[in-house]
Design a binder for this molecule. Structure first.
Ligand SMILES: CC(=O)N[C@H]1[C@@H](OP(=O)(O)OP(=O)(O)OC[C@H]2O[C@@H](n3ccc(=O)[nH]c3=O)[C@H](O)[C@@H]2O)O[C@H](CO)[C@@H](O)[C@@H]1O[C@H](C)C(=O)N[C@@H](C)C(=O)N[C@H](CCC(=O)O)C(=O)O
Ligand SMILES: Nc1ncnc2c1ncn2[C@@H]1O[C@H](COP(=O)(O)OP(=O)(O)OP(=O)(O)O)[C@@H](O)[C@H]1O
Length: 485
């Protein structure tokens, strides 16, 4: 492809002639540069891609894009305002704007993105579409699963996945960091979903308002004629709704609020969980295959999203009811003694509240809660999570989660302080996660529920007393060791 063609939508300065330069690929990683590539130098959190410009020259790059002034090279140096944004614009051009040729669904919100994305995929496949999925647990393209480092990968990776996909529809989770870091630059959507907004990632965004504005960026990427599907019960959902309506964007709302387009009525908050969805003059009772008030919302948003593409409520309802669930989202394991263990990814106060509340309403005995906090992440949310656990559970065990760069002793000290300040006499601290789970299990009896939250599908980052690699593996290991009654 001609270099000039790639730069069509980019604002830049360049001292070199840009004619007759052919580009064979785009990359922002010096290790992937091949002759004829354009190298986009990005200043990251760990490394500055501009330091690899000499490397790019020696590997035969045909042009460099960067945001630093005063760089002199023998090949065109294309100076832009923001390299991350430029990566999006250039990648979309190189892969010929693949998002324009697909039905694109983007999902944002604090909680429920992963669950909803899998549910939407399941429904749409059930009614005859093929779907790719880009999200937290994995990417699935043409039925092939690949590991992912980010919920929302960078713009280059997204365009590569889109151009590889032969599926009809792409369902993407859009994280606030992804949106703020221009990972969705150059991507357009047919349907954008807003699940909810609550306390999370404030270490990154600074305030709830800024966090909301990052989420709201997704909706500026709607194609002409696209639809925004919004939680009308949520304060920020309502704010977004008014903003989009003022811009003439087509919207579809859901929630318990009376004027929602898909109104949730008669919520049944015990097994079998169900909700009646009032959709215009029609009304459908839908049984949720996964427990919890929060999952009734996920069912509703998935219904509303599918309905935008195919107005077949009965087919959609039937598909929802046979949804198999998602790895690490309210996964229940029943022990021989009759206790139930729930493994859940809840790592925000709102998610912990939902997960504990659901377990509280389902238990027939005591409720135990094993949880911790990821190092380097939002620290402000921790006290709320401890307060909620102290309030709802009968006994909580604070334990370790991913430490990231935080030393173990420092995190244990943090747990002690949180326990002292916001917990109560019902709690204790067992740093080793596998021992914490073992302790909760040893206390449990028939009818008790044990919630192990925070990690869900994620593999352990550390080694513990028992040699397992995830909460699921730990729980199943103990289940195997427990004699049948
Ligand atoms: C803090 C953050 O956002 N980091 C993201 C960022 O990494 P970084 O800034 O550290 O990158 P870097 O290593 O400094 O490299 C900068 C540039 O130099 C280049 N480089 C680097 C080394 C080299 O030898 N040669 C070279 O060219 C790199 O290719 C890159 O272009 O850019 C990477 C590529 O896009 C991301 O994978 C990475 O996400 C990390 C893994 C991460 O954990 N991010 C979190 C904050 C995040 O984004 N989370 C959300 C989900 C949140 C949630 O809801 O739970 C997500 O979407 O994943
Ligand atoms: N609609 C919802 N409202 C509130 N909490 C929810 C909702 N859906 C799921 N949760 C809770 O949030 C946890 C994470 O759910 P899910 O993975 O679907 O969300 P997410 O937005 O993708 O989060 P992450 O990006 O961190 O994975 C679940 O394990 C559950 O405890």
């Amino acid at each position: 492809m001609e270099l000039q063609q790639l730069l069509d939508h980019l604002l830049f300065e360049c001292q070199h002639s840009l004619t007759n330069i052919s580009i064979n690929g785009v990359t922002d990683s010096s290790s992937d540069i091949k002759p004829g590539f354009i190298f986009v130098a990005i200043k990251g959190y760990q490394t500055d891609g501009h330091d690899y410009i000499d490397d790019a020259l020696s590997k035969g790059a045909a042009a460099i894009i960067g945001e630093k002034d005063g760089i002199v090279t023998s090949i065109p140096y294309i100076k832009v305002e923001n390299s991350k944004k430029a990566l999006g614009i250039v990648s979309a051009a190189y892969y010929q704007y693949p998002s324009q040729n697909k039905i694109m669904i983007g999902i944002t919100g604090t909680n429920g993105k992963t669950t909803t994305s899998y549910m939407v995929k399941h429904i749409l496949e059930d009614i005859g579409y093929s779907c790719s999925l880009i999200g937290t647990i994995q990417n699935i393209v043409n039925g092939e699963q690949t590991a992912t480092q980010n919920t929302t990968p960078n713009a280059l990776k997204i365009n590569q996945l889109l151009s590889k996909s032969n599926d009809d529809i792409i369902i993407m989770e859009a994280s606030s960091q992804g949106l703020a870091e221009y990972r969705l630059e150059g991507i357009e959507f047919d349907i954008c979903l807003f699940t909810n907004l609550s306390h999370e990632h404030l270490n990154y965004h600074g305030s709830l308002e800024q966090y909301f504005e990052a989420k709201a960026l997704l909706f500026s990427k709607l194609k002409k004629g696209g639809t925004a599907v919004i939680n009308a019960d949520d304060y920020y959902g309502e704010k977004l709704l008014h903003r989009l309506q003022a811009q003439g964007v087509s919207t579809l709302t859901f929630g318990e609020t009376a004027d929602a387009n898909v109104q949730m009525k008669d919520l049944k908050l015990s097994y079998p969980y169900s909700v009646r969805l009032k959709d215009g003059i029609r009304s459908y009772e839908v049984t949720s295959p996964i427990p919890g008030y929060h999952n009734l919302f996920n069912v509703t948003i998935a219904y509303a999203c599918a309905k935008v593409l195919r107005d077949s409520p009965v087919e959609i309802k039937e598909a929802i009811e046979c949804f198999p669930g998602v790895e690490g989202r309210f996964n229940m394991v029943t022990f021989p003694n009759g206790a139930v263990v729930v493994i859940d990814h809840a790592h925000t106060p709102d998610a912990v509240l939902n997960c504990l509340q659901t377990s509280f309403e389902s238990k027939n005995g005591k409720l135990y809660h094993v949880f911790g906090f990821k190092g380097d992440k939002d620290t402000e949310k921790r006290k709320e999570m401890v307060k909620i656990s102290a309030e709802i559970s009968d006994h909580y065990i604070l334990t370790l989660d991913n430490l990231n760069s935080v030393p173990r002793d420092e995190m244990v000290q943090t747990l002690k302080e949180l326990h002292k300040e916001f917990g109560n006499e019902k709690g204790e601290i067992i740093p080793d996660r596998t021992l914490a789970i073992e302790k909760a299990l040893s206390m449990s009896k028939e009818g008790d529920w044990i919630v192990v939250s925070g990690k869900g599908h994620q593999a352990y980052q550390h080694t513990y007393h028992y040699p397992s690699h995830s909460d699921k593996e730990t729980v199943l290991f103990f289940k195997e060791k427990t004699p049948e009654k």
